[in-house]
Design a protein around this ligand. Structure first.
Ligand code: HEM
Length: 176
């Protein structure tokens, strides 16, 4: 039995699979020339970037439903006011960006969205200037997300190595 608050197994699964996918989706385009050589062409790099980005969006929607049903454990002490504010606001912005980044990726293109070659989501017709606006939004929010994820990781490591509390374990250990 764990003596510290724990996220549910479902919440851990959503958290770690989203984390892995965000890294893959970002690296696919940041190292697109290398990835294209490995995967066999630029079209497959973009297909994977977009399709896995859609999976990240679906995981985020599922996360919202799970939080609504199960809530979230209170892993920080009530006295840790500043840490609670910093941690909750970073997490809140990450959640908002996990909706905005994939949605703006979809809306910036005038072409249908092909998901894993299996599903085609029709494009939404709009003036070119609006597509351009979503294009800029996608790039800016994607880099903002990357920065917040790095801050989030540093925060978790600070708890583990410096404060030596159980915040990281609340998202790591297996629930029986
Ligand atoms: C969590 C999901 C996503 C993340 C973290 C993400 C991240 C990024 C990043 C960092 C870039 C810039 C790469 C560079 O500077 O070369 C980018 C570009 C791009 N993304 Fe995403 N993206 C996501 C989802 C999507 C989705 C769902 C789509 C389309 C449906 C999409 C379509 C694109 C396209 C077409 C580009 C290239 C834009 C250009 O080169 O001008 N992305 N994305």
């Amino acid at each position: 039995m764990q003596s510290y608050p724990q996220y549910s197994n479902k919440q851990k699964w959503i958290h770690w699979s989203s984390a892995l996918l965000i890294v893959i989706v970002t690296l696919l385009l940041l190292a697109k020339v290398t990835m294209s050589n490995i995967l066999g062409g630029m079209p497959i790099v973009y297909l994977l970037h977009k399709s896995l980005g859609v999976v990240v969006l679906l995981l985020m929607i599922w996360r919202i439903i799970v939080i609504r049903d199960q809530g979230v454990p209170d892993v920080l002490l009530k006295e840790q006011k500043l840490q609670r504010i910093l941690s909750k606001s970073t997490q809140g912005f990450i959640y908002i960006l996990l909706l905005i980044v994939p949605l703006s990726g979809y809306l910036m293109s005038g072409r249908d969205l092909n998901v894993f070659g299996l599903i085609s989501v029709p494009a939404i017709a709009m003036p070119n200037s609006i597509h351009q606006m979503f294009h800029s939004m996608h790039l800016i929010t994607a880099y903002a997300l990357a920065i917040l994820v790095i801050i989030h990781i540093l925060g978790a490591l600070y708890h583990y190595f410096w404060l030596k509390d159980k915040v990281l374990q609340s998202m790591l250990s297996r629930n029986d």
